[in-house]
Design a protein around this ligand. Structure first.
Ligand code: TPP
Ligand code: MG
Length: 375
């Protein structure tokens, strides 16, 4: 039998001495003021961000339509209202950085560079989808793009992301792990356990709480004793900040600070973004718990409309340019939907190919339509 030599593990960033010693006075500093003035970015960059935001908006609207046409099954949660947050956060990452998100993740997959066709095909449950059609809307996964899911269990991604950051740290890499979650998720036990261990072990992970003010129909004020969620970092001496999630450049710059701290100092960070959820919790939720006035006020908070106006006023993107861009984006989304429609469903014989659990002796692994007893 060939002898196997186990390579010594690469020195972790801890042993390489790049970490600063744990300072006893490293309590959370004051967060920057929400709604700080928009930092500068050149015109081309801004138009690029706008295009990505528009793609997410049109993709999500198309997904909602496809859901009502019964082309998409299961649950379907949209990023409508979070476009600036999504694009700003992804602009702060390198392609080699890892991303964990929750079930509201179509936009993140698009902004991480995965084609709209493969994302839409996954929503349709087709074999050409990012998860080969077995994941669906809530379980987008693409190891090559370093999108490590898409999780339907509230907070399920948070300990996993912390573990991924431990792996990066152990191997001595310089990748950063970013982990998104909603405001409701900041109340669960695993959130606190993960932040504690990440701070204790100096893990290169950026936790991002996407605060849309609601966990399904429950407001943050009604469910959180400390509704300024970024302040929870203080309990773990973790640097933290809150940023206006409707401002793409402000989000990018706040995320860059967080990512840089994780990358060069191997310190975790807690970033909170605030943005509206423009529609219901999922496609099937009519959001009757919201008043008429509240629904009306949402229009003024729309990050896409806000950016369109800003770009027009700055002379960067005229109304006509915007319409032309919209037409191109719509064509891309139409093509993605057509690709999904024409793609085959996965073969049923592959149903168990990607299951994670170790086979149990004597367990019956039946496929749909197999006989319950006998062969
Ligand atoms: C462990 C667990 N409990 C409950 C649910 C049902 N559930 C799905 S989404 C959700 C609300 C989460 O709210 P938030 O974290 O704010 O994220 P958002 O949907 O607003 O993006 C709940 C309770 C679940 N999926 N998993
Ligand atoms: Mg929420």
């Amino acid at each position: 039998m060939a002898e196997t030599t186990k390579a010594a593990p690469a020195p972790s960033r801890r042993t390489r001495g790049t970490r600063t010693p744990r300072a006893k006075d490293a309590a959370t500093p004051d967060a920057p003021e929400p709604n700080a003035p928009t930092p500068a970015a050149d015109a081309e960059t801004l138009v690029g961000y706008y295009r990505q935001m528009l793609l997410i908006r049109r993709f999500e609207e198309r997904a909602a339509r496809a859901y009502t046409e019964a082309k998409i099954g299961g649950y379907c949660h949209l990023n409508l209202g979070e476009e600036a947050t999504v694009v700003g956060l992804m602009a702060a990452l390198r392609p080699s950085d890892y991303l964990f998100t929750n079930y509201r993740e179509h936009g993140y997959a698009l902004a991480k560079g995965i084609g709209a066709d493969r994302v839409m095909a996954e929503l349709y449950g087709r074999s050409t989808g990012v998860s080969k059609g077995w994941g669906g809307s809530m379980h987008l996964f693409d190891a090559e793009a370093r999108l490590l899911g898409g999780y339907g269990i509230v907070g399920g991604q948070v300990p996993l992301a912390t573990g991924a950051a431990l792996a990066v740290s152990y191997k001595g890499g310089d990748e950063v792990v970013m982990c998104h979650m909603g405001d409701g998720t900041a109340a669960i036990g695993a959130f606190h356990e993960s932040l504690n261990i990440a701070a204790l072990w100096d893990l290169p992970v950026v936790f991002v709480v996407i605060n849309n003010g609601l966990g399904m129909g429950t407001t943050v004020e009604n469910s959180a004793a400390e509704p300024e969620l970024y302040r929870r970092g203080a309990a773990y001496r973790m640097e933290s900040a809150r940023v206006d999630g409707t401002n793409v450049v402000a989000v990018r710059d706040a995320a860059r600070v967080a990512v840089e701290r994780a990358r060069s100092q191997s310190k975790p960070y807690l970033l909170e973004t605030t943005s509206p959820r423009l529609k219901g919790h999922s496609v099937v939720d009519p959001a009757r718990y919201r008043s008429k006035e509240e629904k009306e006020a949402l229009k003024a908070a729309d990050p896409l409309a806000r950016m369109a106006l800003e770009l027009e006023e700055a002379g960067i993107l005229s109304h006509e340019d915007r319409d032309a861009l919209d037409a191109k984006v719509m064509a891309e989304v139409d093509a993605a939907a057509a690709f999904a429609d024409e793609s085959p469903a996965p073969d049923v014989s592959t149903l168990f190919d990607y299951t994670y659990a170790t086979p149990v002796p004597g367990e019956l692994r039946r496929l749909p339509a197999d006989a319950v007893f006998g062969s």
